[in-house]
Design a protein around this ligand. Structure first.
Ligand SMILES: [Fe+2]
Length: 153
């Protein structure tokens, strides 16, 4: 029996997911402006802490809260809210998913339907080394957005 390489499987799955997202993302973009198309071709990044954000950035950046002090191997919670004022969740405009990474390791992926009332989650976390926390999200109309923060333990 062939050995199962979990890391290779997850890497392939992530690439496939992103590729499928881009394919599906472009399928409904007929008639979109160049700026709108660009939202789906790139990961939109904002500074953390967020400063001088545009209205689109304020509406889509993941706003994250973690404890000031994080200790090696001790659980903590990561609070995530999409948008400074929480992004709408309607049938035509909604947050599709949120992903959390520590470095390149996927910690959690949360899927939403338009029926979910709020684009907010709390994710339990444990880290065993200093790393970069990456939170990504996808709006069905406005693309992929990312916020990063250094975790120092
Ligand atoms: Fe949006």
């Amino acid at each position: 029996m062939q050995n199962f390489d979990r890391r290779k499987f997850l890497k392939t799955l992530s690439i496939s997911t992103i590729t499928m997202g881009l394919v599906h993302g472009t399928s409904f973009l007929n008639g979109a402006t160049a700026e709108e198309v660009d939202w789906f071709q790139n990961i939109n990044r904002v500074n953390d802490p967020p400063i001088n954000l545009t209205p689109k950035e304020k509406g889509h950046a993941p706003f994250i809260k973690i404890p000031d002090i994080i200790k090696n191997g001790e659980p903590f919670v990561l609070d995530i809210q999409i948008g400074e004022n929480v992004h709408p969740m309607t049938a035509n405009h909604y947050i599709q998913w949120i992903e959390v990474y520590a470095g390149i390791e996927l910690i959690s992926r949360i899927e939403f339907s338009p029926l979910c009332p709020q684009a907010k989650v709390t994710v339990p976390m444990v880290v065993k080394e200093s790393s970069t926390l990456r939170v990504l999200t996808r709006c069905n109309l406005h693309g992929i957005w990312e916020t990063t923060r250094k975790i120092v333990i």
